[in-house]
Design a protein around this ligand. Sequence first.
Ligand code: AMP
Length: 446
Amino acid sequence: MSFEKLGLIKPLLGAIKELGYHEPTSIQKRAIPLVLAKEDIFATAQTGTGKTAAFALPLLQRLRNTTATEDRAVRGVILSPTRELSIQIFDDIQNYSKHMHLQCAILVGGKDLEAQQRSLKSGIDIIIATPGRLMEHVDKGLNLSKVEIFVLDEADRMLDMGFAKEIRKIHPILPKRHQTLLFSATYSDKVRKISKLLLTKPTFIESSKRNSTVDTINQLAYMVDTARKAELLAYLIGSRNYPQVLVFTRTKVSADALVEELKKDGLKCGVIHGDKTQANRLKTLNAFKEGKIKVLVATDIASRGLDIEELPYVINYELPSVAEDYIHRVGRTGRAGRNGEAISLLDIYEKYDIKEIERVIGMKIPKETVAGFEPDPTIRRADEEEKKLKSEHKKPEAQRASKKTSKPELKRAVKKDVKKAEKKSPTAKKAAPTAKKRKVTKRSPK
Ligand code: AMP
């Protein structure tokens, strides 16, 4: 089926042709006619399926008739969870609407609020915003009473990020009769609940199996010891000649630490996480897109909205704490039907996390080892070890087996040595005074 058959107007057809889109994706085929028919929709669509165009193209068509600048009112609002995703949507909309006369504004945090207010005065048709910043503008008098289309992109992520309150506040400000389009990668209870409030007789679109990852992505996990993950990552990048890799960590701290480790291996890396300013994130992202950086390390918060053309590899250095985030992470590769590979580096502590992920995506991820990086079979999970030892009423094996003598053992050994030495020669008492002294100091209360 062609884009023409979907009923899109010429200015939009021209723009998408220039972008090299030949055929609508599955979600576009299903959503575009429904949005044009003014229906509410609830779509479970993964990232990389072309969902932005699925709502943006018909939205632009519906709002194509503009009035004089002074009479313009905001008629379309698109909410997204992060600044990066908002910027991506804004850029896509600019591209799709290049032969039209619609005005768009982007309202995201980290930018000057007053400058954004001034831009709104120039007559804006469509706003792309993060929920928090949109509410700030509403509090300062932004009028949303003429909104015709309200889009929530990555609704599950917005709710996970705690934006339910803002969404609930925005909803009653909108006019009673408006169209709502809700997109979510996953089908969580939170999303289902808010959809009941926001949507009127929606049509459900399930662009692919619920919570499944895109078919074109080859998923794989390598078992490795925690302490050797960075080494294995550097080895994979180097030995397999990966041109560009997006690497995910669970926390900002491990993202920074990993970058330091990879730099020691001579790899050009960048890092994107919540502590970085927006300007810094964009600079790093652009350097990655331009190929100046080979490895981009990111946390989950930064993973949404990263749209990098033909990204072949995504590596989960650590599994995400929320299983659904796995889908978003691996969705960075295999975009719009291209092939991609998503590799997870699994240590002994992530044994249960991967099971949860497999449950959510409804498939098993093959687990392998890399020669020379096989996990040490003598290393066991501390919590399992403790449980076992507790039941056996024994001291932790690690303590007994440890090459380094533990503190209490050291004290006992020193005491024994001192006693032995005292027996041999009375002067030897002076030979090991420090341990005795330390023992006394440690005991004395502060
Ligand atoms: P999205 O799922 O909206 O993030 O889109 C993923 C990528 O697919 C973006 O780079 C889009 O520009 C691209 N894209 C969207 N629709 C199509 C299409 N019909 N044909 C080719 N590429 C597309």
